[in-house]
Design a protein. Sequence first.
Length: 617
Amino acid sequence: MATQLAILTNIYVEFDIYVGWTQKPIFFNYLCRILLLNEKEVVPMVRFIKKLSLIPVCAAIFFLIIQVACELTVPTLMAGMVNEGIVKGDRDFIWKQGVVMLLVSLVGFAGALLNTHIAAKIAYKLGGEIRRDIYRKASKFSNDEFDKIGTSSMITRNTNDVTQVQNLIEMGLKFLILAPLYMVGGVFMAFRLSASLSTIFIILVPIIGAAAVGISLYANPLFAKTQQRIDQLNLIFREGLNGFKIIRAFGKEKYEYDKFQQVNKEYTNLSVRANVVLGLLMPLMSLLMSLSTITITWFGAKGIASGNMEIGTIMGVISYSVLILTGFMLITNVISSIPRGQTSAKRINEILDMPLSICDKAEALTRVGGEASLAFEKVSFRYEGAERNALENISFKIRKGQTLAIIGGTGAGKSTLVSLITRFYDPTSGCVQLNGTDARDVSEKALHDEISLVPQKSMLFFGTIRDNMQIGNPGAADEEIWSALETAGAAEFVRTVDGGLDAIVEKGGGNFSGGQKQRLCIARALLKKAGVYVFDDSFSALDFKTEAQIRASLREKMQEAVTVIVAQRIGTIMGADVIIVLDEGRMAGIGTHDELKQTNVTYKEIIASQFGREDVA
């Protein structure tokens, strides 16, 4: 009913706007009260109903009305065949009436077929549009938005939740209109055949309706809770798959299983309760309609015995009772889907309506000019919900041709600093400047065009090596790609794989070793023409010899750019022009290797932990 209500509301609102009214439609609130629906629960679906094209929706409803009209006509034709043809032995009438019934049935079948086809096409097209909108919005998210929603929840909303909304729309275009027509039309046509026999429906229909509403009011909140449990199940299952090595290494298989089983049990119990209660409606309707059939047959037999009724009339009324029962069955199925669809619509709208923490200003620069440079001016940053800053009062400036190295212990804030350079987060205070311009005054596209990143976790996409390389530079020729691979020390192994640049890269680069993936990611970053190159712990999987060769090649290539290297190993950063030592989010020191080796306690401790005390001196 929510979908049907939304369609009617949309038409009404459009008319409301057309005539110039500005008040909230009373019609909408009135329908909500009639259907026992919370207005706030209906509104999320209106957004998706407005995406539907009017002509296909009208076509689906038109063919549905043809289907219902034909199905409601057949019992009356059958009653006439029995009364006028079979009872009186008129074969010509039987043949004529039979042909008419066949034609009506075929027209009804064609209407049902076309309605199903159009409704499915509308629903699945809408599902595709919603998934597109979610993906488009998610592509604009910063790390802050992803932190709020979570990866597993994003996947659930883009798959399961979209499917729930899609199914509700499809059911609305078929059953939400079909069921009331069956019920109202069945009662009306039955009264046309025999008002006395149809009196039973005056008693049974309200009883069945009250039972359906009561059971649905109890079951709907349970179905809403099952959606939340599905989200939790997906989260736990995803964590279990991604972290199975850790789980096995620490012997936590039973703990993880018990955690999953607990949520699984809650989901199962909620589903059982909801469906058991909802399942009571079916036998109840069957019982009541069976009683109605017995009652119709009982009083009909008396009418036949007294000569006041014909057998065909009884058969027709019984057929209409079946249609009425079918209408209740269909509406019950739709009612059970409404809470799931509404919950899913709310969750999807949370993504689509989520304000972006990072977005371009109205007058944002579309190009970063000037000589390459990178500066932090008293930058502090705190994650949402954290008690203290992850970075505190960070200041430095790096010019063209210089290399900045960042080192520190685990949790010192190195990756957080990199996220501020690439503007995955905005600083809580202070500013990040690129080429002398505040990063917040530059459009995201222009900023990202000026920065090339090698992430801490090597990420390759399914496709070919050439496809992955051209992410950094879509127009790169093979010569440029091979040059970048040479600099990154990846050309040798790429030449040995079948296909060379056209070799297949599996999902996540699963067919390459950790060192090979890192070198390919470095080559991809080097292929991009940028002013700032950021290497976030990008040499950790390489042996010392390969790393030294790559760093030597980088020094030759980076004379016109700023290089930022985040590393754990002292050997990786010794040749940097400026080294920043981070300790619990603060700058514990800044200078060259020789300067810090003599004056900085934290830097000395890092050297001692890697080389021994004698090397500090």
